[in-house]
Design a protein. Structure first.
Length: 266
């Protein structure tokens, strides 16, 4: 019997690549989108807004009604955000956490009883290499993904006795439409950060445009599903992206900060 896989945020980018790849590997895939009627994909696509608890409950109930179980939950739905901390509206910061953090938590809360009943399950969360460091003008994004990484470490220990495994996959830069979907704090004319933020905004978008093919991440997710004892943390990205995490562990704070500031021309 095919494993039932639920992928949030599967209408484009990384989520779509994962869902399509698993569909082609004969998994029973359900993807989600806020507007599924506007997207054509080869797998089942259902409506979901991860910031709406009633939407989450309807989705999980529908999948369980159709399949009787959920073997794998892939929390991929997310929202980008850029801007100087001082200039970014607090409401936008809260909305980012509502999607990237609390939306994931609410999805997991709804799916856990389903998995516990089966005495098995796998939860994979798409975080980010940015979760391992506070990046300038992306501090809120780093924070939301970093909070998720730590929370999932705790969850892994809490649910292990039920046969449920928890994994975080942290991608680096991949070619997706995340830049178009981000909340960009405007480059305010009178902002103290105007010139530096404008330059970094262009740099961020360039990194996404020249990123790796999302199929690499899809294949890694498939490998994790097939692994009997997966790790809690996986980093998927270029050598320097992953090496930057190692450098943060071994270098003094001030030296690491200086490296980042030089990279971002601050």
């Amino acid at each position: 019997m095919s494993k039932v896989v639920l992928v949030t945020g599967a209408s484009s980018g990384i989520g779509k690549s994962i869902a399509v790849y698993l569909h082609e590997k004969n998994y029973k895939v359900y993807g989600t989108s806020r507007n599924p009627e506007k997207v054509t994909v080869p797998f089942s696509l259902l409506a979901l807004d991860v910031t709406d608890l009633s939407s989450i409950k309807r989705l999980v109930a529908e999948v369980v009604k159709r399949e009787g179980k959920i073997d794998v939950l892939i929390n991929n739905a997310g929202r980008g955000i850029t801007g100087a901390i001082e200039d970014t509206p607090t409401d936008e910061m809260k909305l980012n956490f509502a999607t990237n953090y609390f939306g994931v938590i609410d999805m997991i809360k709804e799916v856990l009883p389903v998995m516990r009943k089966e005495k098995a399950g796998l939860i994979i969360n798409t975080t980010s290499i940015a979760a391992y460091m506070g990046l300038p003008f992306r501090g809120i994004y780093s924070a939301s993904k970093g909070a998720l990484e730590l929370t999932m470490e705790a969850l892994s220990m809490e649910v292990k006795s039920f046969g449920i495994k928890v994994v975080n996959v942290a991608p680096g830069d991949f070619v997706t439409n995340i830049a178009a979907g981000r909340y960009h704090t405007p480059v305010y004319e009178h902002s103290a950060y105007k010139e530096k933020y404008a330059k970094n905004l262009a740099l961020m978008d360039a990194h996404v445009d020249t990123g790796a093919d999302p199929i690499i991440l899809a294949k890694k997710v498939h490998d994790i599903i097939l692994t009997k004892k997966p790790k809690i943390h996986y980093k998927v990205g270029g050598f320097m992206e992953k090496f930057s995490i190692v450098l943060k562990r071994i270098l003094p704070d001030k030296i690491y900060e200086k490296l980042l500031m030089n990279h971002y021309k601050l």
